[in-house]
Design a protein around this ligand. Structure first.
Ligand code: FUL
Length: 451
């Protein structure tokens, strides 16, 4: 273990609290029906007929999503804002007679709806002639990044795709990551930077939306080469890692990242989205769910309807925490951190074991038989991620029986199991890399989801 185990920055804590955020892949690919454009598109094909960023924001807000990350430029190089540094952009499209700015409209709609806004800017650019001519292209990229980070208000996340394709004549582009990061730090010091290796937020190592069952927010950044990352390492993190870089789980609600009309009937079923939620938010990750706007410039009805179903399921599941406010006692507790603080519904307080202890038990009296099929445990991550192994047990006819067990917790761990009934429950922490803390403990009854 590093001498000083890492802890999150205040920005990383705020980021983690968002839990559920959205991606919107939109651009020339929406109109060419492709996933990766070549950069040779005629900008005139970009012409959404009913573009309405407020509709995107509303669909997200209603689903409990907290931020939209927009693909301001994908690998095709087409810019959704009128960049001074290229002609491959909305300014040469018929949309709003070339005077439109998707980045402006989406960022404004987010602010109006109380959502955060983030930008995806692909370093790989198949249009830009300087791509492959490393210093020149890096300057071009920093110029574009500067436009995005200067003209659109507060940016909460900057998403750097690791893809690095070949340039013209087979030239290899070397990205100047230190310069890219320095630009973000200078212009938007509160933003978190995403890439395979952070520095603030890491890719979870797959595009299915699944974090590892064991998932540490720590990793060793020096072990990860951007664009060539070891997916398994990113999926689980590294308990011995010296860097705090929590995982973000990106996945699309449809098979593709961009909209394709022939996928209208392939929006993921509710059961899949629920599984993804439990495997991302429920495994110490953030869920970054892609909702690709269509050729009208709207989130399609089918996607919006599915989001509403997901929200309904989450509301029904998490509305009542059966453990909240119930009498709690711990085998031991640190001064000022009583067991009751783990079930007070207050994220600012937490139970802690006495300094130096690495195992502990918290027992709850539910005051009569309660039915539940979901357990939630949260650590106070601002102090670090420590718990390595835990179990939940129920009191049944004079003995404790197992309900569920897990390894890491972090910001939030959710476990599902067939419904049980119990009047008394205990959380048993069997292994921890430091003094364990529990910010909140929960028991819930989730409705059945049709398969
Ligand atoms: C990948 C890209 O190549 C995909 O098109 C998509 O943007 C995904 C989120 O990241 O690297």
């Amino acid at each position: 273990m590093p001498a000083q185990p890492p802890v999150p920055t205040p920005q990383q804590v705020a980021w983690q609290e968002m839990e559920f955020i959205a991606f919107t892949h939109f651009g020339v690919n929406t109109f060419t029906n492709r996933e990766w454009g070549e950069g040779k598109e005629n900008p005139k094909i970009f012409n959404p007929t009913a573009f309405d960023a407020r509709q995107w924001a509303r669909a997200c807000k209603d689903a409990g999503i907290r931020m939209i990350i927009l693909t301001c430029k994908h690998h095709d190089g087409f810019c959704l804002w009128p960049s001074r540094y290229t002609e491959h952009s909305v300014k040469n499209s018929p949309w709003k007679d070339g005077r439109g700015d998707v980045v402006k409209e989406v960022s404004d709609a987010c602010r109006e709806a109380g959502l955060k806004f983030g930008v995806y800017l692909s370093p790989w650019d198949r249009h830009e002639p300087t791509y492959g001519d490393s210093p020149k292209y890096n300057e071009h990229f920093v110029n574009q990044l500067t436009e995005l980070l200067t003209n659109y208000g507060e940016i909460t996340e900057v998403w750097f795709d690791g893809a690095c394709g070949e340039g013209p004549n087979g030239k290899k582009q070397q990205y100047d990551w230190p310069a890219f990061h320095a630009t973000v730090r200078k212009l938007q010091p509160k933003a978190v930077i995403f890439s395979d290796a952070g520095p603030d937020v890491r890719w979870i190592g797959n595009e299915n939306g699944y974090a590892g069952e064991t998932c540490w927010s720590m990793m060793d950044r020096s072990r990860v080469a951007i664009g060539k990352a070891d997916g398994k390492y990113l999926n689980r993190g590294d308990p011995a890692g010296p860097d705090w870089v929590p995982g973000e789980c990106d996945v699309s609600i449809r098979p593709g990242w961009f909209y394709h009309a022939d996928q209208d009937a392939k929006v993921k079923p509710l059961a899949d989205l629920v599984n993804i939620y439990f495997a991302s938010v429920g495994r110490n990750g953030l869920l970054l769910l892609n909702l690709p706007p269509d050729q009208r410039g709207l989130i399609h009805e089918n996607d919006a309807a599915r989001l509403r179903e997901l929200r309904k399921f989450l509301d029904e599941t998490f509305r009542t925490n059966l453990a909240q406010g119930k009498p709690a006692k711990a085998a031991a507790e640190a001064p000022g951190h009583a067991a009751a603080m783990a079930v007070d519904g207050d994220g600012a307080t937490w139970w802690a074991a006495p300094a130096g202890t690495t195992s502990a038990t918290i027992e709850l009296d539910l005051g009569g038989p309660a039915r539940f099929n979901v357990v939630m445990v949260e650590e106070m991550i601002s102090l670090g991620q420590r718990i390595e192994e835990f179990a939940v047990e129920r009191w049944d006819d004079g003995k404790w029986l197992p309900v569920c067990q897990g390894t890491t917790i972090g910001h939030k761990r959710l476990l599902r199991f067939p419904e049980v009934t119990a009047g008394k429950v205990r959380l048993v922490i069997t292994k921890s890399r430091g003094t364990p803390t529990v910010r909140e403990f929960g028991l819930f009854l989730a409705p059945a989801v049709a398969k």
